[in-house]
Design a protein around this ligand. Structure first.
Ligand code: FES
Length: 74
């Protein structure tokens, strides 16, 4: 889904940017150009950014913490 119409930025592009290290609005602005023209997308970009950061955090916790299965295999 398009989040920033002016720059043609989708929610997928924002998630990819966060996966690759972006974690602030200014990061998304510099790498994707969001909010640089009309700025109407700012609220929605922020919302997608927060979702993506939460997913990144959950994924990193999931893959970094040992599970009981991992403990049994070790
Ligand atoms: S919709 Fe993003 S700058 Fe206009």
């Amino acid at each position: 889904m398009y989040i920033c119409i002016c720059k043609g930025v989708t929610d997928t592009a924002i998630h990819e940017a966060v996966y690759n290290g972006a974690d602030r609005m200014r990061d998304l602005k510099s790498c994707l150009g969001v909010t640089e023209q009309c700025g109407i997308c700012a609220t929605n970009v922020q919302e997608v950014l927060e979702q993506a950061l939460m997913q990144r955090s959950l994924a990193s916790n999931f893959f970094s913490k040992p599970t009981r299965l991992n403990e049994k295999l070790a």
